[in-house]
Design a binder for this molecule. Sequence first.
Ligand SMILES: [Zn+2]
Length: 127
Amino acid sequence: MDDLRRGWVVIDRHRNLFDLDGDVTRSAMHLGLQVEDGWLGLIDRMCDQLEAVAPGGFKVLSVKSKYATLRVAYRGGDDAVEVEVERTKTEALRTCSRCGAVGQQSTVDGELVVWCSGCRGVRGPDR
Ligand SMILES: [Zn+2]
């Protein structure tokens, strides 16, 4: 799957941030980044920032989208980590999860998504 492969490129670039060898009951990183392509760029930027601020022992346990919001689980974080993760989650709320353009939350086929007008147009009107 292309989605997953592109997500692994981001993980590979920031391998030390992710709990890739952890117990699967605690870390979901063996599943990769569970988001669509449009959010990979902001996750990549988040990782750049986290590499600069994260304390030793910090590990990301899972990254996924749920109900059109970005969810990031981690351990060993501190205030600086939380600020960066929250900033990224806020950015995700206005970033098309499909293509990375400016998007907004809307409902498509009864499902909450963050898509740009172009991606919504491909799927047709949602009202
Ligand atoms: Zn889009």
